[in-house]
Design a protein around this ligand. Structure first.
Ligand SMILES: Nc1ncnc2c1ncn2[C@@H]1O[C@H](COP(=O)(O)OP(=O)(O)O)[C@@H](O)[C@H]1O
Ligand SMILES: [Mg+2]
Length: 420
């Protein structure tokens, strides 16, 4: 019976592996011919399935620390453990096959197609041809690129954002427990960067890898990190904690300097669109007869509709006035949808999108860009208000604690004085 079960049981899902712990122990790097260590005695425990961000000023040793984890840079001293294994002295090539690595400007091989780039590591570790083929499709799908369209393209025929997606697909292809990312979104424009960040969050929801991500952008760190390690020179850890803790309680001036002004507003980076109310919105599609669109706008309670394209993606906003001017064709009526957000976008992104589009709301879309609903200005303002209120309460509590402590100390001093 057990044999039958074994025979019919499907292979475990290709992405069944989830994250492994990473321990850095007194890790130091002194580059030859340099007087002081680039990385000095860093110790850090990273949990399995956690996203940890290294953030700090340029030259503080972030990349060096990261590259010691997969031993692209050999440590001068100290130890690295991944899962239960001490990997400080194992064959670095073998080690790197178990660790995904994604960098700025994607690092794709220009003479290989997208599919060949993604297939690279799975082939090296000896996966069968058919398994590799399936995996390539699965990975393209995972990072939101249509396999049929992108499979055979060369990197130069991709936009920066698409290259970056392929870079992530390649890093994840052999299903490594650990993913290292060194400023992977540093070279793309801000809107694409936002979307890539959202995608990474969505991926991580599914995959639970252990991700170590380097950036010098604190907003990116807040958005992506379960925990953030704020690093100062020589990779000394100034603070290693959750984004909330760092925002509300920076340990010293270096950290608060890095957090920068407007900590309360930065908390908008911690709340996601999925955490607020996504409202319904009346829609029509490009294929609907003109007359029915007219009727819907005239008879309904709304003076605005969202027109979707044939793949159900937001296309343009149509108001009553637009129809008056349409004269039989909607081709030039309405306002094109400029920006959309996914459920994983932050309220910060949503607010930005709402402010860019003058209509006071932003369309929320799913994995394939399909329309889900809208978030409006009022909802966002309510959230901002709640966040600010929560911060104010925390600050008051903190003040109370301090006062209590002072009273306590004064009483003790008085009592001490009385006793003497
Ligand atoms: N190959 C190298 N040889 C000598 N010094 C290096 C080398 N790579 C980096 N450094 C130095 O080490 C320090 C840390 O660099 P890096 O880890 O790249 O910092 P970050 O990624 O935080 O910008 C810098 O002072 C840099 O100049
Ligand atoms: Mg760097």
């Amino acid at each position: 019976m057990s044999e039958t079960v074994a025979a019919t049981e499907p292979e475990p899902a290709a992405h069944a592996t989830s994250g492994a712990t990473i321990q850095l122990e007194d890790l130091t790097k002194i580059y030859p011919g340099t007087p002081s260590p680039a990385v000095d005695n860093v110790s850090m425990d990273i949990k399995a399935g956690e996203t940890v961000i290294f953030v700090g000023p340029s030259g503080c040793g972030k990349s060096t620390t990261l590259k010691m984890i997969n031993r692209l840079i050999e440590p001068s001293s100290g130890r690295i453990r991944i899962g239960d294994e001490d990997v400080t002295d194992i064959d670095p090539v073998k080690l790197r096959r178990k660790i995904g690595y994604a960098i700025q400007s994607s690092g794709l091989f220009p003479h290989m197609t997208v599919a060949e780039n993604i297939a690279l590591v799975p082939k090296m570790v000896g996966w069968s041809k058919s398994k590799v083929k399936d995996r390539v499709e699965e990975m393209l799908d995972l990072v939101g690129l249509d396999p049929r369209e992108f499979h055979g393209r060369y990197p130069r025929a991709l936009s920066g954002g698409q290259q970056q997606r392929v870079g992530v697909a390649r890093a994840l292809a052999a299903d490594p427990p650990v993913l290292l990312m060194d400023e992977p979104f540093g070279a793309v424009d801000p809107i694409t960067r936002d979307h890539l960040q959202d995608e990474l969050i969505r991926l991580q929801h599914e995959l639970h890898k252990t991700i170590v991500f380097v950036t010098h952008d604190f907003d990116e760190a807040i958005k992506l990190g379960d925990r953030i390690a704020v690093l100062r020179e020589h990779s000394h850890i100034a603070q290693f904690d959750t984004p909330e803790a760092i925002l509300t309680n920076p340990t010293d001036d270096f950290v608060s300097g890095f957090v920068g002004a407007g900590a309360a507003l930065k908390r908008l980076n911690l709340t996601r669109v999925r955490d607020v109310e996504i409202a319904e919105f009346p829609t029509v599609t490009v294929d609907d007869p003109l007359q029915s669109i007219f009727n819907k706008l005239r008879s309904g309670p709304h003076n605005e509709l969202l027109m979707l394209d044939r793949r159900n993606r937001p296309y343009k906003w149509l108001r009553r006035g637009d129809l008056m001017r349409a004269r039989g064709s909607l081709a030039r009526a309405g306002q094109l949808v400029h920006d959309t957000v996914t459920r994983d976008a932050t309220l910060h992104d949503a607010l930005e999108a709402v402010l860019t589009d003058s209509g006071g709301r932003v369309a929320v879309t799913g994995r394939r860009g399909e329309f889900i609903g809208v978030v409006d200005m009022q909802t966002l303002m309510n959230s901002v208000h709640e966040l600010l209120e929560a911060d104010r309460l925390t600050a008051i509590e903190h003040q109370h604690d301090l006062e209590e402590l002072r009273t306590h100390q004064t009483v003790q001093e008085l009592e001490g004085g009385a006793g003497a």
